[in-house]
Design a binder for this molecule. Structure first.
Ligand SMILES: NC(=O)c1ccc[n+]([C@@H]2O[C@H](COP(=O)([O-])OP(=O)(O)OC[C@H]3O[C@@H](n4cnc5c(N)ncnc54)[C@H](O)[C@@H]3O)[C@@H](O)[C@H]2O)c1
Ligand SMILES: O=C(O)C[C@H](O)C(=O)O
Length: 308
């Protein structure tokens, strides 16, 4: 399995590191536009190999896409991150141009690859890749829900004073401060609904803390987060590499599923060797459906700002 990661910044390097540490890929190519940067990150990471016990070969490239040729999976993390006080949507002008060019360059050398889109505003960037490439929809996957769900579980565990491994939960909808839909009704502690353990008010707080998870970290760090984003991408790449057929909420192009069309939005999907193997349509209650519709309206409004 060969994986290329474009953007050797905070998220790209973290993603490469987690992929290597999990030791399922033979090769990871890091590519960045900044001279020498990806080569430096790759060398630094390779010098952890004997310490961390992995055999994955990590190499770096300054904008030479021939090095990414025949990648099974490509990850797009290139672009600018937000600063405190900004929304992800404010990144659209700069990142749309970068994502469009990067996707096209990657596909020149790896026409059959599976593309994972990370750059923000992620649902709109995923939609842009759909509209500007010929890749089938199962091969374009937006990463947001896996990260948001990990943050949801962190907040649930905190509220329940439980180990994170005891809780389960999922966030669907748009990857934005207002568009996320944490499915509190379906969250469980060891198969028991979390509402058995905490009050409705505390559960509402968990939901709100989850939705602003990225903004909270951006305020603390001065730029957006990278460890959990990198781990989330690596889990998705592993699911493809090992044909795990795991369910992750991912941004995918909807053609009627969940009553939506012509939009990329976070819904549960099965991830395996073909990328998105299937979209899982779960039964939502009316309140959840309404929140999903509002979330989709928010993403569509941002999509409308794209100039293809
Ligand atoms: N979807 C998610 O859940 C999620 C999570 C975290 C970050 N993000 C997004 O990922 C992106 C990257 O975040 P980061 O913290 O790694 O930023 P960063 O600034 O640390 O890294 C971005 C890298 O992209 C490179 N780059 C810019 N233009 C390029 C081009 N045309 N070709 C190749 N490389 C190019 C830059 O040189 C830089 O090294 C941001 O848009 C951020 O908002 C998304
Ligand atoms: O919050 C951000 O801007 C980056 C990313 O989308 C995240 O959720 O960490």
């Amino acid at each position: 399995m060969k994986v290329s990661v474009v953007g050797a910044g905070a998220v790209g390097a973290s993603c490469a590191e987690y992929i290597a540490i999990k030791n399922f890929a033979s090769e990871v190519v890091l590519l960045d536009i900044k001279e020498g940067y990806a080569e430096g990150k790759a060398m630094d990471l390779m010098q952890t190999a004997s310490l961390n016990g992995f055999d994955t070969k990590i190499t770096g490239s300054t904008n030479d896409y021939s090095k990414t040729a025949n990648s099974d999976v490509c990850v797009i993390t290139s672009g600018i991150p937000r600063k405190p006080g900004m929304t992800r949507e404010e990144l659209i002008d700069i990142n749309a141009g970068i994502v469009k060019t990067v996707a096209s360059n990657l596909l020149t050398y790896s026409p059959n690859t599976i593309l994972i889109v990370v750059s923000n505003p992620m649902d709109t960037m995923t939609y842009l890749v759909h509209k500007t490439t010929n890749l089938p929809k199962n091969k374009i996957i937006g990463m947001g829900g896996a990260l948001d769900s990990a943050r949801f579980k962190y907040r649930l565990a905190e509220a329940l004073d439980a180990p994170i491994s005891d809780v389960d939960g999922m966030v669907i909808g748009g990857h934005s401060d207002t568009g996320m839909v944490p499915l509190t009704r379906l969250a469980t502690r060891n198969s028991v609904p979390v509402s058995e353990f905490i009050s409705p008010e505390r559960l509402e707080q968990v939901k709100e803390d989850t939705k602003v998870g990225g903004a909270t970290l951006t305020k603390l760090l001065g730029t957006s987060a990278w460890y959990a984003p990198g781990a989330a991408v690596s889990a998705m790449v592993q699911a493809i590499a090992c044909d795990q057929k795991k369910v992750f909420p991912c941004s995918t192009f909807l053609s009627g599923e969940y009553g939506m069309n012509n939009i990329c939005l976070g819904v549960p999907v099965v991830i395996g060797k073909n990328g998105i193997e299937s979209i899982v349509e779960i039964t939502l209650n009316n309140a959840e459906k309404e929140t999903m519709v509002a979330s989709a309206e928010g993403v569509s409004a941002v999509n409308d700002l794209l100039n293809f």
